[in-house]
Design a protein around this ligand. Structure first.
Ligand SMILES: C[S@@+](CC[C@H](N)C(=O)[O-])C[C@H]1O[C@@H](n2cnc3c(N)ncnc32)[C@H](O)[C@@H]1O
Length: 229
């Protein structure tokens, strides 16, 4: 018995290595998920209150931009209902796989995963009613150009909601994983948006809602087609 076990191991050393590699990869995804979701996130993130503040309507289409392990994706999916749609958009294939697997496992029909480019979320041309991005703003490169480009994905009346860590988040501050709210406001204004709302109930993040500014240069040529659903 022992012999045959040893024999099998020596005959297929690649299998052992493959197993180790799979364990390592699964571990990476799990570690990332832990890093994004933390251990008591619901307490400080107040996800229910955040979703309520977004005032989504059944049937809305939403992009969860930088969706990570999907902390908000499934809550958004519930808020827009079966007629709505949530695009879980990320540049990290591993995180997208995690969300896709959870979507299948929970039998959720209104979530679609999109593998984005660093400079483009690659949303469908029909566009969305809301782009929602949490703890991701500080990751974007060339933010003014990025958000300028994003306007073409917004349907008429569309909005962008940005939640990011601010100076009050000491842990994220150590790693420079935050953006002061005044930077976000200034950059979004430069990208052609006007501040529509500022919610202050989160204790370590800013929560800002923007809409395209019709006065901004080039704004008349932007925007996705009107809603069909
Ligand atoms: C800190 S995680 C936040 C995940 C999720 N929003 C949450 O709150 O749990 C940031 C995510 O943004 C993604 N990301 C970074 N740059 C991106 C880009 N240009 N486009 C889309 N996703 C991006 C990362 O891969 C990562 O999954």
């Amino acid at each position: 018995m022992n012999f045959s076990y040893r024999h099998r191991r020596t005959k297929n050393p690649q299998l052992g290595l493959l197993g180790l590699a799979l364990l390592f990869l699964a571990g990476c995804a799990f570690l990332k998920q832990c890093a994004y979701e933390g251990f008591n996130r619901d307490q400080w993130q107040q996800p229910q209150k955040v979703i309520e503040a977004l005032a989504l309507r059944p049937g809305d289409h939403v992009a969860d931009l930088g969706s990570g392990s999907g902390y908000f994706t499934f809550r958004l999916a519930e808020a827009v209902g079966p007629q709505g749609k949530v695009y879980a958009v990320d540049v990290d294939r591993e995180m997208n796989d995690l969300v896709a697997k959870a979507t299948q496992g929970k039998n959720i029909g209104n979530v679609k995963v999109i593998l984005a480019r660093l400079d483009d979320p690659l949303l469908p041309p029909a566009g969305v009613d809301l782009v929602f991005t949490v703890n991701t703003y500080h990751h974007f490169e060339n933010r003014v150009a990025y958000f300028q480009k994003l306007r073409k994905y917004l349907r008429p009346g569309g909005r962008i909601a940005v939640i990011d860590f601010d100076r009050r988040a000491w842990f994220e501050g150590m790693w420079k994983h935050y953006t002061p709210a005044e930077f976000i406001k200034r950059e979004m204004e430069q990208a052609g948006y006007a501040l529509q709302g500022e919610l202050t109930f989160l204790d370590r993040q800013s929560f800002l809602i923007f809409a395209p500014n019709p006065q901004a240069p080039g704004s008349s040529t932007n925007g996705a087609a009107p809603k069909q659903n």
